[in-house]
Design a protein around this ligand. Structure first.
Ligand SMILES: O=C[C@H](O)COP(=O)(O)O
Length: 252
């Protein structure tokens, strides 16, 4: 953890479940909130499930976020959802630049930066994802790749808007594999240096999340590392019990 920074445990539900599942999962998270007093919680359902999830939690106190937004404010962009629409639907956050969007939709750092700027202008907190592929790690390029993604994907207002950076090694997502604690530490220390240099006076407390096969059994060790200010959880966030157990693992 970073001293003075309240941790954030975020659940990325990705493209899973039905409306009924979303309502039940959100209700399960709400019902167990007292197990995780030491962290802010965020759930990011699919767009069509945002409303029912928020309503199931009484609209508070768990934050709701989207999984993407358009860089454009409005207009003829079939299939896209604007940041203002997310805010209007009750969202406070939006995940941007997830590796699945970078891979599936060819999103570039410049596009992610434009989306993050649009999110900030709509009053949302962007959660910008970065992370290397396995080939890049094997080639010794992991830190340089992540540093370049941070440089290219974060807009000038990012830290002032309390933007969040999530480090997700692509090879650790949904695989059950995680980097060693030493490797997570090294990367998060490098990320801290990058954001602190880019945003002096603010970047020192920018929240840096780790994501990639976080589960109840490894959460405590990961969340105890310096400069790890929370987690972005995929698969384990689809079970309220597991998501809450991860949030409860935040060090006191
Ligand atoms: O956004 C979440 C990540 O992609 C992590 O997914 P995972 O916890 O299923 O590995």
């Amino acid at each position: 953890m970073t001293p003075g920074v309240r941790p954030l445990i975020a659940g990325n539900w990705k493209m899973n479940g039905t409306l009924r599942d979303a309502a039940a999962l959100a209700e399960g998270v709400r019902a167990g909130l007292d197990r995780a007093p030491g962290a802010d919680l965020l759930i990011c359902p699919p767009f069509l499930h945002l409303h029912v999830a928020a309503a199931s939690m009484g609209w508070k106190p768990v934050a709701i976020g989207g999984q993407d937004c358009s860089a454009e404010a409005n207009g003829a962009h079939t299939g896209d959802v604007s940041a203002a629409m997310l805010a209007d639907a009750g969202c406070g956050f939006v995940i941007l630049g997830h590796s699945e969007r970078r891979a599936d939709h060819g999103e570039t750092d410049a596009q992610v930066q434009a989306k993050a700027q649009a999110a900030i202008e709509a009053g949302l907190i962007p959660v910008v994802c970065v992370g290397e592929t396995e080939a890049q790690r094997d080639a010794g390029e992991a830190e340089a790749v992540v540093a370049a993604q941070i440089a290219g994907s974060l807009p000038p207002d990012f830290a002032a808007a309390k933007g969040v950076v999530a480090y997700e090694p692509v090879w650790a997502i949904g695989t059950g594999r995680t980097p060693t604690e030493a490797d997570i530490s090294a990367m998060h220390n490098r990320m801290r240096a990058e954001v602190a240099a880019r945003f002096p006076g603010l970047g020192e407390t920018t929240r840096l999340l780790y994501g990639g096969s976080v589960k109840p059994s490894n959460a405590a060790a990961i969340l105890a590392l310096p400069n790890v200010d929370g987690a972005l959880v995929g698969g384990a966030s689809l079970k309220a019990e597991d998501f809450l157990a991860i949030a409860a693992a935040v060090p006191a």
